[in-house]
Structure formats: structure tokens, C-alpha cells
Design a protein around this ligand. Sequence first.
Ligand code: FAD
Length: 346
Amino acid sequence: MGKSIIALGEIENETLKSISLQLASKAAALAESSGVASAAVLLGRGANSFASAIAEAGPATVYTGDTDVYDAYLTQPAVDTLAALVSEQQPELLLIPDTSNGRDIGARLAARLNLPLEYHVNAIEFKDGVFIFGSAAFGGQMNITFTAAGSGTKVVIAGQNAFKAANHAGQTFQTITLAAPSIPTAGAKISGPFGTEYATEEGHLGQEDGKPQYIPPASRSNIEEASIIVSGGRGVGGPEGFALVDALAKALGGAVGASRPVTDDGWLPHRHHIGQTGHSVKPDVYLACGISGAVQHQAGMQTSKFIIAINKDKDAPIFTFCDLGIVGDLKVVIPELTQLVASRRS
Ligand SMILES: Cc1cc2nc3c(=O)[nH]c(=O)nc-3n(C[C@H](O)[C@H](O)[C@H](O)COP(=O)(O)OP(=O)(O)OC[C@H]3O[C@@H](n4cnc5c(N)ncnc54)[C@H](O)[C@@H]3O)c2cc1C
């Protein structure tokens, strides 16, 4: 028997998904019935702030990795962290949410550590010294019951609402901070299932919840540290338009920011959101492209040292507080500016 039962939670858009509490509760209940320790793991921005919420579901220990590195759709950093944790803690079961992210993480982790893996688990009980699992099969037409052969950690991917969230409010728990893996940089060699893989450093059009999303590379995603930010708003027109914004950020050696509608609509990941309800930034240069300059946006960038605005509407509020304003179509202005910067730099 392993030493514990651990549940992985999931943070999306800086919100704790409800399945996290369900799996954490199940981990705690199974740990109690099998006489081992229980824990939950939270990876991503906001993890520390959700530690007590997940502990109220039952686990006595909450491992947190409160850093942006997990927030991009990068499976590898989460797998690196979990692989280290599993190797150290030797849990009997690792419960993982049955979500797109969770399935990828579970599969890669199981392959990496050569662990058994089961999907779509909807029941687990500990009876007569063994764990008995239930899972839907044949498109949900049958339910199968099984036990796990062999020793070592079993990776169990369990679905939304398979288990009920319990309430153990007020119980004591400990939080343990996990060491964060670094984001792979350009040309970095990283280990993958097929051996060595090379990390690329380009932004690209990916997907989020089945909709296109522009994903800038890690090196242009750290808006809080950047001295130059090129930010795009609704005027950019859609996720595809952010290739222009990203190209200018790349030429300037800056990061990519966004107004809230951009991240709310999924055109860019939430970590790029600037404003009252997003990140507050203070770069040397803030370049706002297709951003009207609403007070809520202004609240997150007004202390920038030099603000440049590109907007086709000469009456846009941003022109009342920028240092340099360009009235024009960003689809024309940005490529010209990018070319100019690139040629000056070379
Ligand atoms: C409680 C609350 C909190 C909020 N928090 C935030 C926050 O944290 N951050 C935030 O950003 N917003 C926040 N908002 C939303 C905010 O009020 C605005 O709605 C938002 O900032 C507008 O985003 P935008 O400038 O991208 O879009 P819009 O206001 O739609 O402006 C788009 C601009 O693009 C220009 N444009 C269009 N096409 C082109 C083109 N081809 N070339 C050049 N210019 C073009 C238009 O002239 C326009 O000025 C919050 C709102 C509320 C109520």
C-alpha cells in the first residue's frame, strides 16, 4: 500500500474548478478508510489562495505551485512537478480531473513513470483491503467494476460529479510549496515520450475550449516583469490579429498584453489581461493597440512611464491620457512600425 492518496485540482482562468473539491473530498475519504494520508495538489496562478478552500474538502496537506508556468497550455511543467511529487511521496492513488488538461497530464505522467492509468472512473471504494473502481464503458452502456493489479501508484482519471464534495470547514491542514519548473526557452532540449524535443519560441494560434486562441511564447508572456508591453484590445479584431501585436512585441523585445474583453473572449490566455481586474503593470513603454482606454483598463497601466496609443478613432478616451497618439488603422500601422523597429535594430 502506498503512503497516501493525492488529488490533483484544476485552476482555470484563476478560478478553482469544482471537480477539484470533489476529487479532494474523495481522496480524503479513501485515505481515511484505508488508513493512509491524504493530500491535494494545486498548480497555477492563485493556487495559494485556493489552498484553504480545497483543504475544507478534507485533505490534510495541500501542495501548491502558485506560478504562471502552469497556466499556459503546457503539459510538461505540471508533469515534471507531479512526477517529482509521486516519486517522493509514493501515493497509492493519484486522482486527476477528467478534463482536457487532466487527461493529457495523466497520460504523460503515467508514460513517464510507467504507472497504470485508468480513465472515466466514476466510483472508488476501499473494501477488504483493496480498492474497487467503477468506470463507464462502451459509450456509457455498461458500467464495469475492477481492482488494480500490482503495487505502485495508480493514476486515476475521474470525471466531473463522480464524487460529492464534502465540507470539513475549520479542519487544520498544512500547505507545502512545490518547486516550480522553469519554462522551456527557445531551443531548449526537453525530454519527451519520443526522446529529446526542442522547445520553439514562436507565438501560434492554438485552441481553448474549441475556439481559436493566440498563444504568445513564454518569453513574451511575463507582463509584470516586462519593460515594454504591446497590448491589444477588441480593435485587434480576433485571435488571428494578435500575430501582428506579437510580432511588434518581439521586434521591441517586449511582452504581449490585452484588455479584458480580449481574454474574456478567449482571444489570448488570461495571464495577459491588464486592468482593474487583471494585472497591474508599470513598464517603461506601454503601447496600446485598438484599446479604447476605459477607466478599468487605465487602472492597470496608467503608471507606465510612456504610453503610446494606436487607435482609428481620434476621439477614443485613450488619447486623453497617452503620451503619444497615432490615429490610424492598426492593421496598417503595426506592420510598418514592426518593420521600422526591425530594420533599426539590425
Ligand atoms: C467591473 C469591471 C471591471 C473591468 N475590468 C477591466 C480590466 O481589468 N481591464 C480591461 O481592459 N477592461 C476591464 N473592464 C472592461 C472595460 O470597461 C472596457 O469594456 C474594456 O477595457 C474595453 O476593451 P477594449 O478597449 O479592448 O475594447 P473597446 O472599448 O471595444 O475598444 C476597441 C477600440 O479599438 C479601436 N479600433 C477598432 N478597430 C481598430 C483598428 N483597425 N485600428 C485601430 N483601432 C481600432 C476602436 O476605435 C476602439 O477604441 C471592466 C469592466 C467592468 C464593468
